[in-house]
Each structure stands twice: as C-alpha cells, then as structure tokens.
Design a protein. Structure first.
Length: 59
C-alpha cells in the first residue's frame, strides 16, 4: 500500500516514491513545500501538494 495512518484521516506515505517526492520538496522549498495524503471515506485518497508562490524567479 505504501501509506500508513499517522493521525485521524491523514496518511503518511512510506513508499520510496513518496519519500523521494517529500525530500525533493524539502530541498527545493524548505518547510514551505509539502505533500500530504488524506484518506477519503469510504474509499479513496486525496493528495495535497503545497508549494510556495515564487515571484520574480527565473525558471
């Protein structure tokens, strides 16, 4: 499955891919970047990706 329940309906991904994404977000955006998984009852999962708004940054 790759995800484990951490508190309430929030899930903490334990798979290599999810860990990699979280590490990359941390490296690029610090605490402002985040990936959360949320269990949707009765079935399903919601992924919430949080990124900072960067203004005036060249790509």
């Amino acid at each position: 499955t790759g995800a484990t329940r951490s508190s309430g309906s929030r899930l903490r991904g334990a798979g290599i891919g999810l860990t990699n994404i979280r590490q990359r977000l941390q490296h690029l955006y610090g605490e402002a970047g985040n990936l959360e998984l949320e269990q949707i009852s009765p079935a399903g999962t919601r992924a919430i990706l949080t990124l900072p708004q960067l203004i005036g940054v060249d790509a």
